[in-house]
Design a protein around this ligand. Sequence first.
Ligand SMILES: [Zn+2]
Length: 120
Amino acid sequence: MENTGKMVICPNCGAEFDVSLIRCPYCDAGYAPAEEEEYMGQLEEIRKDLEGHKNDGDKALKKGLGTVARYVLVSAVVIALLLFAIMWITGSIEKSRADRRKEEFLLNQGVTMQQEDSTK
Ligand SMILES: [Zn+2]
């Protein structure tokens, strides 16, 4: 048995054994500093991995927000142009309608006047 000089006491049977052993050689209880270290190392890796993902997520979120902001801005400009175009077209139609009504009115008046004039 390799002796590192560090001994631990088995939490199960109380026997003393080398710290490098994964299990108690007497009762096979799973006291495992080496295993624990490995486990903690894995946890640390997972934690770092999660932090990395979190940072990636933040970056992705910021990038996403930037894209959304640009999209919203472009949409707003397009909508404003559309509204302007609709208002302009509607205004033109209304204006032409009004002009036509005015022309019709004047024409009717003119015809009526002409008729009145002709009758006189
Ligand atoms: Zn033991």
